[in-house]
Design a protein. Structure first.
Length: 583
C-alpha cells in the first residue's frame, strides 16, 4: 500500500511503499531508494555471507614449511649472476640474458601495443553513433562484446598453437591491447559532452567532420594516456605470459621460480622488471605533464596592439603537437621494421584449424550436469571466487583512498601511500604466490588474497583521480567548519564518487571471474572450471579440444551475463538517454 505525506509549505511529497521511498517536489523528483531499514538488513546479510565464504575456504598455516619460505626468500635476495636457463651444465651470464629477454618484451610489447591501439581507435569509431549509423555501431559493439567475453586462455592457446616464437607474443599483445583499449575508448565516447558536436551537425557538417573538429581534440590526450598505460600493463603482464610458455623476460621469471634452488636466479630478472616499470611510470607522468596537460597563460597586451597579438599567436608553433607527431612517425617506422625483421613462422596449420573447429562445435556430452562435480557446482566456485576477490579489493581500496588523496592529506602521507600502492602493483602476483605457497595447505586462499590486494591498487589509482577532481572550495569550506578529514572522506568524497565506484566494482568482479579461470592452473583442484579447460587443452596428455570448448562457452555466457548486468546498472545509475555502457 502506498503512503503519501505532503508538506504544503515546501511543496514536498514523500511517496512510500513497502520497500522504496521517493521524494517529489513541484519541479523535480528523486530516484526510488530502498528504505533504510531494509537497506541495512540487506547489507548485514551480505557481510555475513562474505564472512561465511571466507571462513569456508580458510585453512591452517603450515608452520612446518616455514624453513622452505625462509630458504626461498634468502635465495631470492642472493642475486646469483649465473643462469641455468639453457641447461644445468651451460651456465651463462644472467645480467646479459636478462637485458636480452627484456628487449624482446619491450620490442614486441611496444609494437603490439601500438598496433592494438590503432585497431582500438578504428573500431571505437565504428562502434559510436557519432561517426556511423546506430545499426552498424550496435552490431560492432555486440560482436566485440562477445569476443571480449571469451576467456583469455582460449586466444593465448590459439596463438601459441598457430605461431612460433616471438610472433605468438606479438599477436597476444596486439589482440588484448585492442580488446581492452576498445572498451575504454567506447566509454570515453559514450560519456563525453556532445553539445558542440550537435551544433556542428546543424551547421551543415557531416558526422565525420563534426567528430574531427569537436570531439577528437578533446579525447586525443586521453586516448594517448591510455595507450601509455596499456604499454605499462603489458610489460607487467610478462610474468604471466612466461608461465604460459611465451618468450620474453617472463621466461626467465618462470625458470627462476620453478624450484627453491632456482630462486637464486629470480632476484636479478625480477629487480630489472620492477625498475623498468618504475621508469615507465616516471616517463608516463612526465609525458602527461609536458605533452598532454594544457595550461592557461595570462597574456599581457596593449589594447591598441590587439591585432598584432592575434598575428603573433597565430604564427606561434605548437611544439607539443610537433613532438607528438614525431613520436607517432617513429612508432610507425619502428613497428614496420620489427614486422619486417620478425620471421613469420607458423606451426602445422591443421592444429589451429582443429582448434577453431572445436570452438564452434563444442562437445557437451562429457559435461556433468548433476552431483557435486556438476557444471553448476563449477560455476558456483568461480562466482564465489569473484565475490570474495571483489570484497577484499573494495575493502583495501577504501583504506587506500583515504590516504592517497592530495586534498585530504599532507604531502608526506599521500606521497607514502601512493608509493606503497605503486610498489604493490610492481611485484608480479605469480612470484608472490610461489614464494608464500608453502605456508598454506590450500593455494586458493593465497590466490584470493594476492589478487584482492593487487586489484585494489589498480582500482585505487583510478578512483583517487576522481576524488582529487572534486571541488576544492567545498572541501576547504568543510574544513573551516571544523570537520575532520575522516568525516569529509566519509560524508563528501565517497558519496561523490559512488557511481564511479559501483561501475568499477562490477568491472573488477568480471576481472575476478576471469582470474578464476586463468589462475586455476595454480589452484590445484579448487577451481574446477578452469582446470577442465586447461586439462582438455593440454597437449602433453590426450587433448580434447571440443570438451574444453564446451566449458569455454559456459564461461563466455557467464561473462556476457555479468557485462549485461553491468550495462543495465550503469544505465540505471547515470540515467542517460540512448546511453550504452559497453565492456
Amino acid at each position: 500500500m502506498r503512503n503519501r505525506k505532503n508538506n504544503s509549505k515546501k511543496q514536498i511529497k514523500i511517496n512510500k511503499n513497502f520497500f522504496y521511498y521517493q521524494v517529489e517536489s513541484y519541479s523535480d523528483k528523486s530516484s526510488k531508494k530502498i528504505r533504510p531499514f531494509y537497506f541495512h538488513i540487506f547489507l548485514l546479510l551480505f557481510i555475513a555471507l562474505i564472512i561465511g565464504l571466507w571462513f569456508s575456504i580458510s585453512n591452517k598455516i603450515r608452520i612446518e614449511n616455514i624453513d622452505i619460505f625462509i630458504k626461498k626468500t634468502s635465495n631470492l635476495f642472493e642475486f646469483k649472476n649465473k643462469s641455468s636457463f639453457w641447461g644445468l651444465y651451460t651456465e651463462t651470464n644472467l645480467i646479459k640474458l636478462v637485458f636480452k629477454f627484456l628487449y624482446i618484451s619491450i620490442k614486441y610489447g611496444l609494437v603490439g601495443t601500438f598496433i592494438g591501439f590503432l585497431l582500438a581507435f578504428a573500431t571505437s569509431l565504428v562502434s559510436t553513433e557519432l561517426v556511423t549509423n546506430k545499426y552498424l555501431s550496435k552490431i560492432n559493439r555486440i560482436l566485440i562484446l562477445i569476443i571480449r567475453a571469451i576467456p583469455e586462455i582460449v586466444f593465448i592457446k590459439l596463438f601459441i598453437s598457430t605461431f612460433m616464437n616471438e610472433m605468438s607474443l606479438l599477436f597476444v599483445y596486439i589482440w588484448f591491447t585492442w580488446l581492452w583499449l576498445h572498451k575504454y575508448y567506447c566509454e570515453i565516447l559514450d560519456t563525453i559532452d556532445r553539445h558542440e558536436y550537435y551544433v556542428s551537425i546543424k551547421q551543415g557538417n557531416n558526422k565525420f567532420n563534426a567528430f574531427k573538429k569537436e570531439i577528437l581534440p578533446r579525447i586525443k590526450n586521453r586516448y594517448l594516456t591510455l595507450f601509455l598505460f596499456s604499454f605499462e600493463s603489458n610489460i607487467r603482464w610478462t610474468s604471466i605470459l612466461g608461465i604460459l610458455s611465451l618468450p620474453g623476460l617472463g621466461a626467465l621469471i618462470k625458470h627462476g621460480s620453478q624450484d627453491t634452488y632456482f630462486f637464486k636466479e629470480l632476484g636479478i630478472p625480477l629487480t630489472v622488471l620492477i625498475l623498468f616499470v618504475l621508469c615507465l611510470e616516471f616517463i608516463n607522468i612526465k609525458l602527461k605533464k609536458c605533452l598532454f596537460e594544457h595550461k592557461t597563460k595570462e597574456l599581457k597586451y596593449i589594447e591598441k596592439n590587439k591585432q598584432d597579438l592575434y598575428k603573433k599567436l597565430s604564427k606561434k608553433k605548437n611544439y607539443k603537437q610537433i613532438i607528438l607527431s614525431i613520436i607517432l612517425v617513429l612508432l610507425i617506422v619502428y613497428s614496420v621494421i620489427v614486422l619486417i625483421q620478425t620471421p613469420f613462422l607458423t606451426h602445422n596449420s591443421n592444429s589451429s584449424k582443429q582448434f577453431l573447429k572445436a570452438f564452434f562445435t563444442p562437445d557437451f556430452r562429457e559435461m556433468n550436469w548433476r552431483g557435486s562435480n556438476s557444471i553448476f557446482s563449477l560455476l558456483s566456485e568461480c562466482f564465489t571466487f569473484a565475490l570474495l576477490s571483489m570484497s577484499l579489493t573494495i575493502l583495501i581500496s577504501l583504506v587506500y583512498l583515504r590516504f592517497m588523496s592530495t586534498k585530504l592529506n599532507n604531502k608526506y602521507t599521500y606521497f607514502l601511500a601512493r608509493n606503497l600502492n605503486s610498489l604493490n602493483r610492481l611485484i608480479p602476483t605469480v612470484v608472490l604466490f610461489l614464494l608464500f605457497k608453502p605456508l598454506l595447505s590450500s593455494p586458493l586462499l593465497l590466490i584470493l588474497i594476492l589478487l584482492g590486494i593487487h586489484e585494489s591498487s589498480n582500482i585505487s589509482k583510478q578512483l583517487v583521480e576522481a576524488i582529487d577532481n572534486l571541488d576544492e572550495e567545498v572541501i576547504k569550506n568543510l574544513k573551516s567548519q571544523g570537520y575532520s578529514n575522516n568525516y569529509i572522506y566519509k560524508k563528501y568524497a565517497l558519496p561523490s564518487i559512488k557511481h564511479i565506484f559501483i561501475s568499477l566494482s562490477i568491472f573488477y568482479f568480471e576481472l575476478a571471474f576471469r582470474s578464476s579461470i586463468t589462475y586455476s592452473v595454480f589452484a590445484n583442484e579448487d577451481l574446477h572450471l578452469g582446470n577442465e579447460i586447461w586439462m582438455n587443452l593440454d597437449i602433453n596428455t590426450v587433448p580434447k579440444p571440443r570438451v574444453a570448448m564446451s566449458y569455454v562457452w559456459v564461461a563466455t555466457i557467464c561473462i556476457l551475463l555479468i557485462n549485461s548486468i553491468n550495462i543495465l546498472i550503469n544505465q540505471k545509475i547515470f540515467k542517460r538517454k540512448k546511453y550504452e555502457y559497453k565492456i
